[in-house]
Design a protein around this ligand. Structure first.
Ligand SMILES: C[S@@+](CC[C@H](N)C(=O)[O-])C[C@H]1O[C@@H](n2cnc3c(N)ncnc32)[C@H](O)[C@@H]1O
Length: 231
């Protein structure tokens, strides 16, 4: 397991300041992703889905939702949570990569690329290209541009908290994140940043025709979402 996967392997990740933050976050991104589901029968893959407490909202809009999570504890919690929903499967990254080519209408990977090396991201984009139907859509969201520092992310979180009734919890949560392993890992493992041109070049090299979406999925509009279709 990479150190970042171990970091996320906690039952309740420290990056959510409280349960309300986690639930508002996942509801917001599920609603944003729903808007990209092309049809009610669509097969959708959410790669690096995290705790995904609103996955049922996304599943309701598509034919089947495959949720992929590398952290075993998070995956076990997802399997238990959605055991009763026949439209949802929970997969390991290896199981996802082994799906037949052209299995999915929509593949989304949101807020994961920053934890991958450039080579790991290239490898995954190749897998997504293979798993996508010829008319499918691949969405890579929450790409962190270079020079977008921690203060900007903290400010975005405080604004999100103020708009959703957890401003003071967000303040406390920021302190907890500050004291957690996050900053140590950020120093030792690093986070991957891409500007718009670099991401478009990466997606083109993986066989996609891509463009930047007019808005990012989720609350942080300083980060970027890319929409990629097989070329
Ligand atoms: C910030 S969470 C994103 C969760 C969700 N997609 C969202 O947008 O809220 C980051 C996710 O990246 C996953 N992750 C980190 N490193 C990874 C790697 N090397 N391979 C696959 N997943 C990884 C973690 O397990 C975690 O679920």
């Amino acid at each position: 397991m990479s150190d970042w996967i171990s970091f996320y392997n906690f039952k309740h990740s420290v990056i959510y300041v409280n349960a309300r933050h986690r639930d508002v976050h996942y509801r917001t991104i599920a609603q944003d992703i729903r808007a990209y589901v092309p049809r009610h029968s669509a097969a959708v893959l959410d790669y690096g889905c995290g705790e995904a407490s609103s996955a049922d909202l996304l599943a309701a809009a598509c034919g089947h939702l495959s949720m992929v999570e590398a952290a075993p504890n998070v995956r076990a919690a997802l399997s238990a949570r959605y055991a009763g929903n026949s439209k949802i499967s929970v997969l390991t990254p290896e199981q996802a990569a082994a799906q037949p080519p052209g299995s999915f209408d929509l593949i989304i990977m949101h807020s994961v690329a920053q934890y991958l090396s450039a080579a790991e991201l290239d490898r995954l984009l190749g897998i997504f290209r293979n798993l996508l139907k010829p008319d499918g859509l691949c969405i890579i969201g929450d790409i962190v541009p270079p020079r977008l520092g921690a203060p900007a992310a903290a400010l975005a979180l405080l604004r999100f908290g103020a708009a959703n009734g957890f401003f003071f919890a967000a303040l406390g949560g920021l302190m907890r994140i500050f004291l957690s392993d996050y900053l140590r890992l950020k120093k030792t493992m690093g986070l991957s940043h891409y500007d718009e041109a670099a991401m478009l070049a990466k997606l083109a090299a993986a066989g996609f025709a891509a463009k930047r979406a007019s808005r990012n999925i989720g609350h942080n509009q300083q980060r970027m979402t890319f929409l990629a279709r097989p070329e």
